[in-house]
Every structure is written in structure tokens, then in C-alpha cells.
Design a protein around this ligand. Structure first.
Ligand code: NAD
Length: 363
């Protein structure tokens, strides 16, 4: 995970990234070296659930930007997926390969615990199930623990399934059929989510090309699923029907859009649009159909929510499958209102939060 250039290049502290957060908590402990920030964007629909990311940020401003953008995204991801969860996220500043200790994770758990359930944590980049077990020693407000310990386990296969459903909905909208057989799909980033997505696509007969920064990983996946390999960073000039970003954020930006030849963008990465307003519109003008990231990558959250709402994996998969229908509804709303697909998804999510706020105010 730590090779992932996860930090996106979105605007710093503009109104859309800073406004609306209920609470931001800075956590510091000299003894363990812990430096963390917990962002609680909203608890209107329920406790703010979102993973903890450990990343070697260049500076604290980058860490704040990351946690603010990610926690806001979690509010909308839960809202549009019909989950009774708010949006939160945490970042720990440091190199997960060198600076992470069990004591540091337990101390982080104490800070999570001090929020009395307003924030529930889970895994994200740089954090593994063992770390979550350490966090669990200090707090019950944690999900995504291993199945052997009574948790829901690795959420990424469910995330990949949801992305696949969102991609099929986009194909339906764009080409009048959700069949991906013969479609040229570029999957950028073949990690936990990317690999399972490649599997679904290969099973359906899509013509998959993969791109990753790790040569050994590309050879392994190409052999396993009979895909093409595309090396290097110059990927957008390539001929493709669908671009599936499954590595880092903000890959949809001025430079990439200018080169893009795809008709559809549908992938797992969070915050794919470097600037959600500017780049959403640019895609629409160019006729590229964008399946909103926070809608189609919600499968992992739906799966983790099992631990809180006590439903089983079949139910989680059913709810994830429904991403197909929701994505089509969003495309419809976007067309009818002449707004971008991102704006349409945001509208639905914001409406659900607003309705709940009104309901609470009237109670
Ligand atoms: P991962 O770390 O397992 O995989 C990421 C892959 O991207 C790695 O193979 C890495 O080598 C590759 N990569 C890094 N930088 C790259 C670059 N510049 N170009 C090409 N490849 C690059 O992560 P993951 O769990 O598969 O998650 C993928 C993305 O989806 C992340 O952005 C994550 O935030 C998002 N996401 C994941 C989940 C989940 O359930 N895991 C849920 C929602 C969103």
C-alpha cells in the first residue's frame, strides 16, 4: 500500500473541502510518536464511520486536506447507499513501514474511544487487520476486523463487485447494453480491489489492460487473467472504452481529460475528480460518462456496516448489487436536470442528510 501516491492534488481548503465538518480532532502523543487527525464531517445519519489511513505526508496541511476531503466523501457514500452512518475518516502521519508500532495503534484507539462512538474506525491505506486488533484493545468503536475474530474481514472484494456493477450500469447508459464482452477496459492499479475487478471483467470477456507501478504484480495478474500490460504513466493516450481508476485520487484532471479517449470512467479510487466541479463539467462536455466514485465504490462500506447493523454477507452483496440501479437513476437525474453525474449523486446524498436533519429538528 505504501507505494500508493494517495495524496490527490485537489484544491486545499476551498469551500467544498472545509465547510460543514462537525469536528476535527488533532491527536498527539510523544511517547509513541502518534500524530493523527480525526475528521468528523457529519453524524446526522449515524455515527461517522471511515477508515484510518497511515501515510507519510509531506506536511500537516496535506494531512488535513486529505482527512477533510475523505471524511466528507464518507458522508455522501453512506447517504447515497442508504446506510445509517455519518462520514468520518482518520489519518495517522508517518511511514507505515517504519513508524507503526502496536503501542502507537493502541494509543490511537484511546483517542477513538474518547469520542464515545461519534467516530467508528476501520482499515484504510497503510493499516492492516492486526493494527485494527490493536485499536480494538482500546475501543469497541472499530470495524473491519478479521472474520476469525467475529468481524466482516477484507472489504475489497465487495468494493470491487460494486465497482463492476457501476461499470455495467455505465455501459448500459452509454451503449444500450450492460454487456462488457469485447469492451476495452484499462484498470489502473491492480491491488486488492483492482485484482477482483479484473477477474469480473475477464470472466465476462472484456479486453482488459492493466497498469501498475509494480512490474512483478503486473506479470502475475496478466498471467492469471490473460490481460494486456500497459507500462509507465502515459496511459490516457491509449485507445480504451472504459477507464477504471483503482489506484490514486485526482487522476481525472486538466491534463488527463485533454488526452482521454475513453467513453466511460468507472473505478474504485476515492476523489477521482481533482476538482469535482471543474472536472465533472469537463467530462460532460467531452461526452465521457463518469460513474461517481463515492457511489460505485461503496461496497466495502456496505460490507463493514454488517458489523453494526447485523446483516449477513448475502444481504451485503444484494445491497452492493443495487449500486447498478442507483447508478442508472443518477445518470437519469443528471440528464433530466442537465447537471453532471457527480452533482446528481451529491444532490441525492445531500437531500437524504437534509431530510434527516429536518426530521431530527421536528422531533
Ligand atoms: P491497494 O493498495 O491494494 O492497491 C493499489 C494499487 O495501485 C497497488 O497495486 C499499487 O501498486 C498501485 N499504484 C499505486 N500508485 C500507482 C500509480 N501511480 N499508477 C498505477 N498504479 C499505482 O489499494 P486498494 O485497497 O485496492 O484500493 C484501491 C483504491 O480504491 C484506493 O484509492 C482506495 O482508497 C479505494 N477504495 C478502496 C476500498 C477497499 O475496499 N479497499 C474501498 C473504497 C475505495
Amino acid at each position: 500500500m505504501s507505494d500508493l501516491n494517495i495524496l490527490d492534488k485537489g484544491p486545499v481548503f476551498n469551500s467544498s473541502s472545509f465547510l460543514g465538518h462537525e469536528q476535527v480532532v488533532f491527536c498527539q502523543d510523544e511517547e509513541t510518536g502518534l500524530k493523527a487527525i480525526i475528521g468528523i464531517h457529519s453524524t446526522t445519519l449515524g455515527p461517522a464511520l471511515g477508515g484510518t489511513r497511515m501515510w507519510n505526508y509531506n506536511n500537516e496541511a496535506d494531512a488535513i486536506r486529505d482527512v477533510l476531503r475523505l471524511s466528507r466523501g464518507m458522508t455522501y457514500k453512506a447517504a447515497i447507499s442508504g446506510l445509517n452512518l455519518g462520514g468520518g475518516k482518520a489519518v495517522i502521519i508517518g511511514d507505515s513501514r517504519k513508524d507503526k508500532t502496536d503501542a502507537l495503534m493502541r494509543k490511537f484507539g484511546e483517542y477513538v474511544n474518547s469520542l464515545s462512538g461519534r467516530y467508528i474506525t476501520a482499515e484504510d491505506v497503510g493499516i492492516n487487520p492486526h493494527d485494527m486488533e490493536m485499536v480494538k484493545m482500546a475501543t469497541d468503536h472499530v470495524t473491519g476486523i478479521p472474520e476469525s475474530k467475529g468481524g466482516s474481514g477484507d472489504p475489497s472484494p465487495v468494493t470491487a463487485y460494486g465497482v463492476y456493477m457501476g461499470m455495467k450500469a455505465a455501459a448500459q447508459q452509454k451503449w444500450g447494453s450492460n454487456n462488457l464482452e469485447g469492451k476495452k477496459v484499462l484498470v489502473q492499479g491492480i491491488g486488492h480491489v483492482g485484482e477482483t475487478l479484473v477477474k469480473h471483467l475477464a470472466d465476462e470477456g472484456a479486453l482488459v489492460t492493466i497498469n501498475d507501478i509494480h512490474e512483478d504484480r503486473m506479470s502475475e495478474i496478466a498471467t492469471k487473467y490473460h490481460t494486456q500490460i500497459l507500462r509507465g504513466n502515459a496511459i490516457f493516450e491509449n485507445d480504451m472504452d472504459i477507464y477504471a481508476p483503482c489506484a490514486l485520487g485526482a487522476t481525472v484532471n486538466n491534463e488527463s481529460i485533454a488526452k482521454m479517449k475513453c467513453s466511460v470512467i468507472a473505478g474504485a479510487a476515492n476523489n477521482q475528480l481533482a476538482d469535482e466541479n471543474v472536472h465533472g463539467k469537463m467530462l460532460r462536455e467531452k461526452g465521457i460518462l463518469y460513474a461517481p466514485d463515492f457511489l460505485i465504490n461503496a461496497g466495502g462500506l456496505i460490507n463493514v456496516y454488517r458489523e453494526i447493523a447485523h446483516y449477513d454477507q448475502d444481504e451485503a452483496l444484494k445491497r452492493t448489487e443495487n449500486i447498478y440501479n442507483t447508478t442508472l437513476e443518477i445518470f437519469d437525474l443528471s440528464d433530466k436536470n442537465n447537471i453532471t453525474t457527480h452533482e446528481a449523486a451529491l444532490k441525492i446524498a445531500e437531500q437524504r442528510v437534509a431530510n434527516k436533519k429536518n426530521e431530527l429538528a421536528e422531533a
